[in-house]
Every structure is written in structure tokens, then in C-alpha cells.
Design a protein around this ligand. Sequence first.
Ligand code: NCD
Length: 360
Amino acid sequence: MEKYAEQTQQEFEGWEEFFSKPVDEKVENFIRNQRIYDIIYAQQFDRSFLDYLCSLADSIRLLAKTKVGQSKLRHLLPHKRAMLYFVQPSTRTFLSFQNACHILGLSTSEIRGTSTSSEVKGESPEDTIRTFASYVDLIISRHPEAGFAEKTAWVLNQTEYPVPVLNGGSGPDQHPTQALLDIYTLEREFRTIGGLDGKKIAMVGDLKRGRTVRSLSYLMKNYQDVELVYVAPDVFRMKDDIKEFLNKHAIPYKETEDFESIMPEVDAIYMTRIQNEYAENPASEAETFPQFHLKTKHLSMIQTHCAILHPLPRRYEIDIRIDKDPRAAYWRQERCGMWIRAALIAYIFRVDGEIMDELS
Ligand code: NCD
């Protein structure tokens, strides 16, 4: 597709000042009528919200087991429309959000690359997003740039016709709805052993550029006595901002390059891939770091209840033969994503009460 002009970049007065504030001071901008309105950062969620959303997701799941229940769900939001603006590759986040919308009866439109939108004519991303707000009631975005969802929500909130913005991944920065589904999966996997409180979780791989482990780390402040173990090669260690957050909230963590040594002591292992799309030259990062892979021989070294998670897509980090082990939770995790996202959309449009009443 021919590009007619460089993308326009105009300055929004007040944006730089807003962007530079600490998240704690910014969250109120994304709340309306005492409810979270835009989902931008994982720090927006507290324990009661997380517990409520997990039980709402369970209820939606239960209702969806029957034809009658599915029909009730589909009749909750048939008058609403959502836009999926995914200009960075995505399979799960896109499909789970799209299907979550359809479960609740919303209709969806999509843009999956800037080459087919007016951005090739030089339109700024902010104007493109504002255009969506003219047609739909909800915008779900995935973008390669950190802070993109935040900026568009901030811009829309100053217009006379704002709509909620859900961050489906903003560069190497945050992926708050992935963190929600990770929590939902961990709570379910640990259902018979007291939930996530008191558990030790290893996060493994490219922790420097992986947004999922960053957002999930933020959520740990909501759980009692959780410990984290960051397992990464030196070049991909977790960044200092997250470690400062953990220190501030007195969440114990340690860092190691010796994956095998910590295997017997953790309750969950969260694997990630190398995020080389963020490298200057992705081909230059051909190294696969096999010491940070989970292999079949490790199955006898981890605890019998240890949950194995991965946000997916997977490369070589988990041997496919592990998929058959009951502790492999990543395919269940993928499905959890659709249910928790349906719960989130139901919450945003205030039909959660109707869902809960249906089952009470
Ligand atoms: C993750 C992402 O996009 O950050 N994928 C996902 O949303 N399930 C993880 C990844 O791409 O490695």
C-alpha cells in the first residue's frame, strides 16, 4: 500500500505533563461514576475488583454452558458496538476480545494494520482513534508504542463524545488484560490449595521487554505473602521500575540465571518468549537461550501442584511434550482470556449485576 505522507504529529497541550505524572496520580482520570472506565494500566485493579471480576467470569462461563444461557448473554449488549484497532500482530488477544464481545451480543469492527487506514494519508493516530469514537461504543487497541492507549484515552476523555479504551497491549510497556487473565488462571489452578495468596511464582525469559510479566508483577501487590523469582539471562533482566515497585510494596523477589535451582521451590512457572521484535535488528537476536527453556526432564523436578503458564505465542521455551502434563495450564489460560475479557466488558457496560442475578 502506497504511503502518501508521513504520519502527522501535532502536540496535545498538557499531554507531556500528564504522561510524566506517577500512575497513582493518573488513575482517577480513567474512572467515571465510581467505576473503572478506561483500562490502561494494571495498577488500576485492586483486590476486590480482581475477586469480583474472577467470579463474574466464572458466572459467564457457567451461563454459556447452555443454549438458553448463551442467548441470555447475547441479549445483554446487542445495542453496543466495539472497534478492535490492532496494529501490532495478535492472535489470542484479538480473537478472545472479539469473541468476548460476541458472547455479550456486541457487534465488532476491526483494523488490523495502519496500511489500510487513513494513517497512510498522514492522519495522526489520535485523529484515527477519535474517528472510531464517532461510530462505536468501545475501543480496544493494541499498538507497538508504549503509552499509546493511555494517550488516546486521555485525548478522547477531553472530547464531547468519549468512549472507553481498553489497552490490549502497548509496546513493551503494559498488557493489563493479559494480567487479568493470568490472575484468573492462577486463582483457578490453585482453587483447591487456597488460591494465589502465599504462593511463589517464577517468571522466566525476556523479562526486560515482556509486557505481560511487567503487568502481572504490578498485580502481585493485591495478594498476601506472594514471592516472585525472576529467572532471566543477564541481558533480559527485569527493569528497575518494577523492582522499585516491588520494594515499595514489600513484595519479596529474587533474581537468578539458574532456572533448575528454583524449580523445586515454586508453585507456578510463568514462561515467556524472547521479544526480539523490539530489537533494532531482530535477526541479530537468533540466540534461543536454552537454559531458560522448560524441558520434559524438568517435570520430575517441579512440584506436583506447580502450574505452568505462558501468555503464548510459544517458540522453544516449552517442549510440546509438556502439553500433555496436567500441570500445563497455558491452553486453559488462553480460554480464561476470553471469559475474563467478557467479564470486563460486562462490567464496563454495567450489565454485571444482571449476570450475577441470573445465577443467584
Ligand atoms: C503476549 C503479548 O502480546 O505481549 N501475547 C499475548 O497477548 N498473549 C506475549 C508475547 O507476544 O510474547
